[in-house]
Design a protein around this ligand. Sequence first.
Ligand SMILES: Nc1ncnc2c1ncn2[C@@H]1O[C@H](COP(=O)(O)OP(=O)(O)OP(=O)(O)O)[C@@H](O)[C@H]1O
Length: 203
Amino acid sequence: MAAFCVGVTGGVASGKSEVTRRFEALGVRVADADLAARAAVAPGSDGLREVVSAFGADVLDADGGLDRAAMRRRVFADETARRRLEAIVHPRVREALRWQCESAPGAYAIAAIPLLAEGGGREAYPWLHRILVVDVPTAVQRARVMARDRVEADLAERMIAAQATRAQRLAIADDVVVNDGPLEALDRHVADLDRRYRALAGG
Ligand SMILES: Nc1ncnc2c1ncn2[C@@H]1O[C@H](COP(=O)(O)OP(=O)(O)OP(=O)(O)O)[C@@H](O)[C@H]1O
């Protein structure tokens, strides 16, 4: 059981997936935020019951699951509704991530949390033992967003500006991977971190 959990965060296109893929290649389990988000409002869950009592049965599909498109329409352009939904869903997503992380096999496990700095930081995730930030200069980040998502510079800039700043992310970091070099450099850096985390986890 991996009672030792490491949260990995970073801005859009900073390289979080490249980093977590390398941990996985070393045999480390990575808790999946999408899975956690689905678990939070799975059919029969308390989360789904709360969503229905707040928004009505219109947000259910024919099988009794959450109709995500209907839910999106309901909260689109309605700030109060969106906040209400988030207040129900976010704490449950965090708990589902925690459960996945702590029940994973191995000395330690990783939870990939893109919006960790935006979503309450360390206080919202007291069960994380370390926070690893994937950091890149903004110019590199912009170039990667443009190349990967085929968007113009101004949209890439807005995507970056909508998130926490580098400084805000670095302020919550225990460990930092600077991902502005070749991917081979990332292999070495992740291998070093893996050794450190195994030692810290006592495995
Ligand atoms: N060191 C690197 N050298 C070259 N390309 C890189 C490097 N790191 C990441 N990339 C590329 O940049 C893009 C973004 O990386 P990745 O998908 O890992 O970021 P992410 O932080 O998971 O992104 P998002 O949160 O937006 O999904 C990918 O196309 C990836 O292959």
